[in-house]
Write a protein that binds this ligand. Structure first.
Ligand code: MLT
Length: 412
């Protein structure tokens, strides 16, 4: 009989967001009269229409597919040059960061990239993950056999956890022990924390000293409002030799349902093979990408490229300001209700301590049952997330105001 990958059996319950969806659906079916009143601030899924420039570019791209002269079949697996060049110019060069177009690999999203990257690394690496953390990093390491069994608190044997707490402002310092691969995400999902230049410099120094690779998730970089906060790990000298960056159009351009992201692997980045030889990481990723992926859709890439025009940049900025406006409203409501609040300033996520030491799933139920608001329990992001919850600011202004009102009413 065929054998399964037994590592999957180590995974705890379902993936976090489907699990939340299941609980919400169960509540809604038991209380059909209240189902229509539920407001979802759980998964960070955008709600507002795509920027007009992207809509127009995609309409035109559909028309391109209607005529032999402009038709596009398989594209380059790494993405069309016209998109990669725009990314290199607008997202990096114009901000003083060196990234070449041929170091950019366009994909169907950062979630896939952060999981797929493990294909090119061995199983004996020491993997460090922040806690709490975007669950994809941990779960994909479990699937890949890079961990031991789950412990009672949901953490896994074999991973090096970097505690993110109010004391360190939810930005972990490099550990006193060796790691080979380190996941970092700033602005952070779920806590909304940002890392300063000095903090990132310490991480780059650690990576170089340990010959480690930083897997830097910058999916939320467009939400940075504070001057001086680096928008890319490659803004830090030396990072080109020790980091991979993941980026996405999902939150920045409203592409969660349209799907487009990219990964940056600098030419200087090397890792060792079993014989101790230095191998360029981009060589392996390129091999993997061209073997397992046929490129993001032409139509979608046209939509993404349109976001880089001056008009596209203005429309994207307006979208981000809308969500950051929601984040400010939600943060303020939680503060008024007497709760301790983090994030929400350079990120679309508001991270909040539960009232009265309540467990985070317990508070999830209270919010769902009594306020008809879906939040994400902090424990779903790791053991150190217990006692906290996350509110996503991805919503209409009307819903954000209503959620603020319900929070204040519930907790006053
Ligand atoms: C989240 O809610 O954490 C995100 O939507 C997950 C994702 O981007 O995949």
């Amino acid at each position: 009989m065929a054998r399964i990958n037994d590592h999957f059996l180590k995974l705890q319950a379902g993936y976090l967001f489907p699990e939340i969806g299941r609980r919400v659906a169960a509540y809604a079916s038991e209380h059909p009269d209240q189902a229509g009143d539920i407001i979802r601030c759980g998964i960070g899924d955008v709600t507002e229409p795509l920027p007009q420039v992207a809509i127009e570019a995609m309409h035109k791209a559909v028309d391109d597919q209607a005529a032999r002269e402009t038709f596009h079949g398989y594209g380059p697996e790494q993405g069309y040059d016209w998109l990669r060049e725009q990314i290199a110019k607008v997202s990096y060069a114009e901000r003083g960061v060196q990234v070449e177009a041929d170091e950019i690999y366009v994909s169907d999203g950062a979630k896939c990239d952060t999981g797929n990257i493990l294909d090119i690394f061995g199983h004996d690496n020491v993997v460090a993950v922040p806690d709490p953390v975007y669950p994809v990093y941990v779960d994909t390491n479990v699937m890949n056999g890079n961990t031991g069994e789950a412990r009672a608190d949901g953490s896994y044997e074999g991973l090096l956890y970097l505690a993110c707490t109010p004391e360190n402002g939810f930005v972990p310092e490099p550990p006193g022990q060796h790691a080979d691969l380190v996941y970092l995400c700033f602005p952070n999902n779920p806590t909304g924390a940002v890392a300063s230049r000095e903090q990132l410099e310490r991480w780059v120094a650690y990576a170089k000293e340990n010959e480690a690779i930083l897997l830097y998730d910058g999916a939320y970089e467009a939400f940075i409002t504070e001057p001086g906060i680096p928008s890319s790990i490659f803004a830090i000298p030396g990072a080109r030799e020790c980091a991979i960056e993941f980026r996405s159009f999902s939150k920045q351009g409203g592409f969660t349902g349209t799907r487009c992201g990219y990964i940056v692997i600098p030419k200087e980045l090397h890792a060792k093979d079993a014989k101790g030889n230095d191998i360029p990481v981009s060589r392996l990723w390129s091999r993997r990408h061209t073997t397992k992926f046929n490129g993001a859709s032409y139509i979608v890439q046209r939509g993404a490229a349109a976001l880089f025009s001056p008009e596209g940049q203005a429309q994207t900025r307006a979208l981000i300001e809308h969500y950051l406006g929601n984040a400010a409203i939600l943060s303020e409501a939680c503060r008024k209700a007497g709760l301790k609040v983090w994030g929400g300033k350079n990120a679309p996520y508001v991270w909040v301590q539960t009232p009265g030491g309540m467990g985070s799933w317990e508070f999830f139920d209270k919010m769902l049952h009594e306020a008809h608001v879906v939040i994400t329990p902090g424990a779903g992001f790791g053991a150190h997330g217990e006692g906290f919850f996350r509110i996503s600011a991805f919503n209409s202004r009307e819903n954000a105001l209503e959620v603020a009102h319900r929070i204040e009413k519930l907790l006053s």
